[in-house]
Design a protein around this ligand. Structure first.
Ligand SMILES: C[S@@+](CC[C@H](N)C(=O)[O-])C[C@H]1O[C@@H](n2cnc3c(N)ncnc32)[C@H](O)[C@@H]1O
Length: 366
């Protein structure tokens, strides 16, 4: 047993020993959301003492700007549909910080706020409790959010959905090009250790037929399924989705599966269940789902452009004027959110909307 071997690694090895290699997608799903040992089920991932920090955890600036955006599009929808609830949805809400910031902004518009019904999609029972506390503080005396295990159980109705670093947590399928053609990439056992290997023959789009040996192609079936569900809803009622994540524009070869533990990258086959596992998001696949359903896609644009065009610099100035003692922290967070060396260009923003809705800001200027 290596020093890094975890209880989940031992379970997965035993399963592979008994039933054979495990597809990368099944491995990623187990590592992140195994009910007993999965990373999101058991770990405390966020912040300096955790494994990574997300934009809303860095500064309220992020949540306020995204909140102002969400309130703007919700008001457009509320004008078109004058009665009934407007669903405000967040899949993968982490500690609930972003939703709490959005709700604080919404509370400044009482007419809209009264119609807002919160829906969270969260796999982790532990994080659901954290979300309950964070959102309860931001929205005292109001009905609690509704939690869902998947998008499909959210009731029909006009909606605004914000997903920050959610799609990158969804399990990817990988195919690897071998001298015997494209094969499904699997996790197997080699001398008692977990190792990536080539499994059964895999179908890939024709454009990748001539890829070099060793090339890896990723797809994310759960992301495609969620995008299909949401964009089909958009054809039945007004809906807007904002996706903020790291990723690429069009399908391309490359292995983006990565593990992070204590703010450092590590081997995805080590620290299983104790390290975050992610893969880059294919924005082109989300746009494709939207267009296939008859909805619209805008972007992606760099996070820096999205936040800047929506006035984050002006908001930072106001915050610093109100809290001169926090000027240093605000400046540091601002730089991390927009700098091309930090999150500014790695993270991208895409909007999906119902057919016929105008481009939401700032995509309208793009
Ligand atoms: C990287 S965190 C993002 C947190 C938050 N959006 C933020 O910006 O701070 C990923 C979130 O997605 C949740 N999650 C991961 N896989 C999930 C799945 N398959 N279904 C539902 N939630 C999932 C995690 O528990 C966590 O809340």
């Amino acid at each position: 047993m290596t020093e890094a071997e975890t209880p989940l690694a031992r379970i997965i090895k035993a399963e592979i020993g008994k039933s054979g290699p495990m597809p990368v997608s099944a491995f990623m799903a187990r590592a992140l959301t195994d009910p007993d040992h999965g990373y999101y089920t058991t770990a405390t991932p966020f912040g300096v003492d955790g494994d990574f920090i997300t934009a809303p955890e860095m500064s309220q600036l992020f949540g306020e700007i995204v909140g102002a955006w969400a309130v703007h599009v919700a008001e457009v929808i509320a004008t078109a549909i004058p009665d009934g609830p407007i669903h405000l949805i967040e899949p993968g809400p982490g500690r609930g910080t972003l939703m709490a910031d959005i709700l604080r902004v919404a509370s400044l518009r009482p007419e809209l706020d009264a119609r807002v019904e919160v829906h969270l999609v969260e796999a982790s029972p532990k994080l659901r409790e954290t979300q309950r506390a964070t959102i309860g503080k931001a929205r005292p005396d109001r009905t609690e959010p509704n939690w869902h295990a998947e998008i499909g159980t959210i009731p029909e109705g006009p909606f605004v959905l914000v997903a920050n670093e959610f799609f990158d947590a969804l399990p990817v399928e990988q195919a690897v090009k071998t001298n015997g053609g494209w094969r499904r990439r699997v996790v197997s056992l080699e001398d008692g250790n977990l190792a990536f290997a080539a499994g059964e023959a895999a179908q890939v789009p024709e454009q990748f037929n001539d890829a070099q040996q060793g090339a890896i192609l990723e797809t994310c079936p759960p992301a495609a399924g969620i995008a299909k569900n949401l964009t089909q809803r958009m054809t039945r009622q007004p809906g807007v989705v904002l996706v903020i994540d790291y990723g690429y524009d069009m399908p391309a070869t490359g292995d983006t599966l990565q593990a992070v533990r204590r703010h450092k990258s590590c081997d995805p086959l080590e620290h299983i269940g104790q390290a975050d596992l992610t893969a880059h998001v294919c924005f082109g696949a989300l746009a494709h789902a939207a267009i296939t359903a008859g909805a619209q896609a805008f972007g992606p644009m760099p996070q820096a452009q999205f936040l800047s065009e929506l006035g984050m610099a002006e908001r930072a100035e106001k915050l610093m004027a109100a809290r001169p003692d926090r000027r240093g922290d605000i400046e540091t967070a601002f730089t991390r959110l927009v700098s091309p060396d930090a999150m500014g260009s790695l993270f991208k923003v895409m909007a999906l909307t119902s057919p016929g809705m105008g481009a939401p800001p700032p995509f309208a200027n793009a």
